[in-house]
Ligand binder design. Structure first.
Ligand code: GAL
Length: 702
């Protein structure tokens, strides 16, 4: 029997252990806000992706000297070096990485280490062939390339735990390692092997609880696809005829996205536990939509992403990249982020992709990131590789290490950022306008793309670009985001809606917000099943319209004529609107529905809903729409900008920091209405400010 004292001691010990557990549970959660500049010891995070293992050690010191001279204070290391870290199962060698870190740290350069799981060693595939994913025909991938692993393979998960734990333990107290990047660009492939099938069945069971509920939600009565056992549920693999139940397919997309998040979480938890106090991130892919970034990024301290503007051919079209930045920022509640891979040279693998950009453009693109809320820029990569698949993917330096024009541009920016770090610190990109991105709708359109040329991302870009041309910043929101601070929410083709989202949007409009919807909104419920309400389904009342007929694009030309008699060419899809409480703002001019409304405006509560039943072919038409919206919603538009010129702002304590970016090869002039101070030169700029070709001005009100 225990004495009273023993019982007291036991109670105290267990209370102590409970407190410890609570503290470590707290330490496991990412912080509510994160300041990248504080994290990097007060310096703007300015870096390069560096692969010391690709180069002779004698080169490391020379590299570090050149980096320091360019203002580089940060590197990302190690992300594909699993075989070098664990050459033999369970035997680790970090000596080479320690030596590289030492050289870099001496030159004031801190590091984020990539966990190397994107590139498992050949010996791991040889020992456990089932770490490789299986394609939709049931064939397993084999060793080679990278990121072709199965997210549910027990052998792969065990190997992941082992290597991540070893790294975290080894670098736990290393002052030169300030954080972790988990894996690399989580995304494809989707794996169709038995592990993933069993995991999907488990996921479905957790979601629906009973098979009756699943069968009802998915409408499995169609084609007799009713399931009588959980183990019967297939993956949307290759079948003769191809078409799977769209409800199953949507849940499978969600499942795959959750699986990536869970894999990331698995690593994040090990890192938080074994190397507390170091920040954790991942390198996302911007507009890539195989994953819901608003979920994936939740376990991270801050968002980082890989920004490659040169995927477009038209280098002066900045909107796609801007939207990428804003979506990434929006995926974690508009916290400032960093670019983990910023374009540092011409891209290419087997061939060069694109044409060379003027050296100044690389700097302008990096400034664009800063303008949109980046507090860190890290160029991919320091130097072009001599080996492997990416011999044609230029780094800042070429293989000969000559301090070329790109290096000069990077160095110039390094100096400038050091100069303006204090000004930037704590400032954020803010906006009264939000673009609602619905991962469910995006996936549902992948599953059933509607018509040949439909593109959800293009819809986003069309509206986004129109606001940006009018110098209005845009935040990206997701269905679970807070909508309350916005004046305008644009939700293009909001195809899949659930009652919670409908209620949030109604509330937003009733309280005075302006909501813009476009064609094919409110068509599907959260199970990807078509509503039996009149379209736009649960959004019809707030839009004040009823759609009893529509016309998918069949190569015919169509136009909308607005109230001023101006005609706007339209394409892709034509919703023919009946007005219930809304007024018409534009009517079709052709075909059997000529004269019928194609766009409407409805007062609902204190706010308004605009519905555009088609896609307009010309950017000017969207600009006109934005002008009308600004009037309705009380938005102030900025100066009009020449093509290829962007104006973006960050704000701090009510003061704005303006970034005027010229992506064109000619000087451009913009009228800003007042003289401002150029913080890069210290000089005053006239109200009519001119920016040289491929150059940037950072301006404040003195
Ligand atoms: C990125 C990737 C890098 C590198 C780069 C160039 O997507 O994260 O590791 O491969 O592309 O191909």
């Amino acid at each position: 029997m225990k004495t009273r004292v023993e019982v007291m001691v036991a109670l105290l010990v267990s209370a102590f252990i409970l407190t410890l557990c609570a503290a470590s549970a707290q330490a496991q959660a990412p912080p509510k806000s994160f300041d990248l500049i504080d994290w990097n010891g007060g310096k703007f995070v300015y870096g390069v992706d560096y692969y010391p293992e690709h180069w002779d050690e004698v080169q490391w010191e020379r590299d570090a000297v050149m980096m320091q001279a360019a203002g580089i204070n940060f590197v990302r290391l190690g992300e594909f070096a699993w075989v070098k870290m664990e050459p033999v199962e369970g035997k680790f060698d970090f000596a080479w990485l320690d030596r590289a870190l030492k050289v870099l740290n001496v030159h004031g350069i801190k590091a984020v280490l990539g966990t190397p799981t994107a590139s498992p060693p050949a010996w791991l595939y040889a020992k456990f062939p089932d770490i490789a994913a299986m394609d939709e025909n049931g064939v397993r991938y084999r060793y080679g390339s990278r990121r072709n692993y199965c997210l549910h393979s027990p052998s792969f998960l065990a190997a992941t735990r082992r290597v991540v734990s070893a790294m975290a333990t080894h670098y736990r107290n290393h002052p030169g390692v300030i954080g972790w990047q988990i894996d690399n660009e989580l995304g494809d492939p989707i794996c169709y092997d038995p592990y993933c099938r069993a995991a999907f069945q488990k996921w479905c069971r957790a979601k629906y609880k009973t098979l009756e509920a699943l069968n009802k939600a998915w409408g499995t009565i169609f084609w007799g696809h009713t399931y009588l056992a959980w183990t019967e549920i297939p993956l949307p693999w290759n079948t003769l005829g191809g078409a799977h139940n769209p409800s199953l397919a949507l849940d499978h997309r969600r499942f795959h996205s959750d699986a990536m998040r869970d894999y990331l979480k698995l690593q994040a938890e090990i890192l938080r536990k074994l190397s507390p106090g170091k920040a954790i991130t991942h390198n996302d892919m911007g507009m890539y939509d195989g994953v819901d970034y608003s979920q994936l990024n939740a376990p991270l301290d801050f968002v980082a992403w890989d920004n490659y503007p040169m995927f477009g051919e038209n280098y002066s079209d900045y909107a796609g990249t801007g939207l990428g930045h804003d979506l990434m920022r929006g995926s974690k509640n508009n916290q400032n982020f960093m670019v983990m891979e910023e374009q540092g040279g011409l891209p290419g693998w087997d061939i060069f992709w694109g044409r060379q950009a003027a050296p100044g453009l690389y700097r302008a693109w990096a400034y664009q990131a800063v303008a949109h809320g980046a507090d860190g820029i890290c160029y991919f990569r320091w130097r072009t590789s001599r080996y492997g698949t990416e011999q044609y993917w230029q780094g800042v330096l070429d293989q000969d290490s000559y301090p070329n024009a790109r290096y000069q541009a990077v160095s110039q920016m390094g100096k400038e950022l050091a100069q303006i770090t204090g000004l930037l610190k704590g400032s954020k990109a803010v906006s009264p306008v939000a673009l609602l991105v619905s991962p469910d709708s995006r996936w549902a359109f992948h599953i059933q793309p509607l018509v040949k040329d439909f593109d959800y991302n293009r819809q986003l870009r069309l509206y986004y670009s129109a606001f940006r041309r009018a110098s209005v910043g845009v935040n990206v929101v997701f269905p679970q985001s807070d909508f309350t601070s916005y004046k305008v929410i644009v939700a293009p083709s909001l195809f899949v809606v659930d009652p919670a989202l409908v209620a949030k949007l109604e509330d937003f409009v009733k309280k005075g917000g302006t909501l813009v919807l476009s064609y094919r909104s409110g068509v599907k419920d959260e199970h990807n099943v078509v509503t039996n309400q009149t379209l736009p389904g649960p959004l019809a009342e707030m839009a004040g319209i009823a759609i009893h007929d529509f016309d998918p694009q069949t190569n015919q030309e169509q136009e909308l004529e607005d109230g001023e008699g101006e005609r706007h060419p339209a394409r892709i899809w034509f919703d023919i609107l009946d007005l219930t409480t809304a007024g018409s703002i534009a009517t079709y001019t052709k075909g059997y529905y000529a004269g019928k409304p194609g766009a409407s405006f409805n007062q609902y509560g204190q706010g308004h809903v605009v519905y555009l039943g088609t896609e307009l072919s010309k950017s000017e038409s969207y600009s006109k729409l934005v002008g009308a919206l600004a009037e309705a919603a009380g938005l102030t538009l900025g100066p009009s900008l020449p093509e290829g010129v962007e104006l973006a702002a960050r704000e701090k304590d009510g003061k704005r920091i303006l970034f005027l970016l010229n992506y064109t090869d000619k000087p451009q002039t913009v009228s800003l209405g007042q003289a401002l101070q150029n913080v890069l030169t210290g000089q005053s700029e006239p109200a009519e400010v001119s920016v040289p070709a491929f150059d940037v001005k950072v301006l404040v009100n003195p």
